[in-house]
Design a protein around this ligand. Sequence first.
Ligand SMILES: Cc1cc2nc3c(=O)[nH]c(=O)nc-3n(C[C@H](O)[C@H](O)[C@H](O)COP(=O)(O)O)c2cc1C
Length: 204
Amino acid sequence: MKILALSGSPRKNGNTDRYLEIVLEECRAQGAETELIRVCDLSVHGCRGCYGCVNAKACVHQDDFQLVFSKIMKADVLVLGSPVYHSSITPELKAVLDRTGFCGRWAVSEMKAKEGAYEFNASILSGKIVAPVTVARRAGQNFAFAQLLLWAACNDCLIVNNTYWNVGVAGKGGAKDAAEDEEGVTTMKNLAKRIIYTANKLNA
Ligand SMILES: Cc1cc2nc3c(=O)[nH]c(=O)nc-3n(C[C@H](O)[C@H](O)[C@H](O)COP(=O)(O)O)c2cc1C
């Protein structure tokens, strides 16, 4: 089982990275292969809306997106993590998700503008297990968390749920202390267990 975590935080070893690592550590302990990509360390432009991928069946703009996209294609599970910035996920993660969602569809499907229909299994993301994670100092978790959920929901992914939203709370002034949020850490460990449980059930 391949689990890929995408961190949308510009801060290396910040709260988001730490939370994703907690999830991955637990998944590794259960035998999964894991990788964390920090999307802010890459150069991935936002989607230009050129629709070039409809015919090319791949993104026609060359930057680090191709690298992330190939890793996403091979992953069984995507753990999407972002700090909350003004009630939103970060633009770097949004750029990756926009391009992946759009060209992931056209990589395997034909544009059916007239019918206006989408086929079953019509994306490279179809059937992938997705888990959202957000970290904030205080407010806006729900909006950022919902962005990740909505992306997964319209890209034919299977969303893993938990006994609480997968969120962490950090201190003020950019404190990198979300690992002290005991409830948040427990939630991440439970999320990892739920990811493994779901993946095993699907493969059973
Ligand atoms: C530009 C910016 C916007 C932020 N907006 C919010 C916000 O809307 N709500 C909030 O609670 N915290 C906000 N924060 C605080 C971060 O979400 C918080 O520090 C988080 O733990 C950072 O995660 P990281 O350590 O992974 O970078 C903001 C921080 C920055 C730099």
